[in-house]
Design a protein around this ligand. Structure first.
Ligand code: CA
Length: 231
């Protein structure tokens, strides 16, 4: 687990469309995700520790199987789920033989992949940081994607939910608009500070008693926003 207590995943995938869809889904589930787009990139990233690796096989500069084999040869037990279009039984056997924990064939259904991630983490004894996030009387459950304040359900759009969940996971921490864009929308998202301001405004209109005098999401002048302590 990372310093933030979140489960940390490395997604190795060169296809931008798949990468973006997965990144959004994984982050929305409360995972801390780093991305690599090539073997070289992944080897560099793997100098750090991860709780699980999602590994595409057909990479521009090599074969993910070699990366997986190499990890095992170096005695690293980090769980690996292979994501690939190679779907013959032979390919599956080869993938599992080099030490992958699971094998998912593209195109896959994102909820099924998330279930496999949870299952592999459970088997590996690494907890998925998927529990309900809470702060004061706000609650957000990343599995059901329901949020409430005290006993009152909150009707949030998907991105508003993601933003609330993120703030709840890091109470009392101040984030710049760029950091929020990167962490909540993802590094490939083309947006700017106004995107963040707009969503914060909408989220406040739904969670604050008085959106004009917010008590949950504070504006930190000249910096950004924070899920704050003030009543
Ligand atoms: Ca690929």
């Amino acid at each position: 687990m990372s310093a933030t207590g979140m489960t940390r995943l490395l997604l190795v995938e060169d296809d931008e469309r798949i990468r973006k869809a997965l990144l959004d889904a994984l982050r929305a589930s409360g995972f801390d995700v780093d991305v690599s787009v090539s073997m070289r990139d992944a080897q560099q990233a793997l100098l750090r520790d991860y709780d699980l690796i999602l590994l595409d096989l057909g990479l521009p500069d090599g074969d993910g199987l070699d990366l997986c084999r190499d990890l095992r040869n170096r005695g690293r037990s980090v769980p690996v789920i292979i994501l690939t279009a190679r779907d013959t039984p032979d390919h599956r056997v080869r993938g599992l033989d080099v030490g992958a924990d699971d094998y998912v064939v593209k195109p896959f259904h994102v909820p099924e992949l998330l279930a496999r991630v949870r299952s592999v983490l459970r088997r590996a004894g690494r907890s998925a940081s998927e529990g309900e996030a809470r702060y004061r009387d706000l609650r957000a459950d990343p599995v059901s994607r329901r949020a409430r304040r005290a006993d009152e359900p909150l009707k949030l759009k998907p991105r508003e939910f993601d933003l609330l969940l993120f703030f709840l996971r890091f109470p009392d921490r101040t984030w710049t608009r760029d950091q929020l864009l990167d962490r909540v929308w993802g590094p490939t998202y083309e947006g700017d500070a106004r995107t963040v301001d707009l969503h914060v405004r909408r989220l406040r209109s739904k969670i604050e008693q008085d959106p004009g005098d917010p008590s949950y999401i504070e504006t930190v002048w000249g910096v950004g926003y924070r899920m704050g302590e003030s009543e």
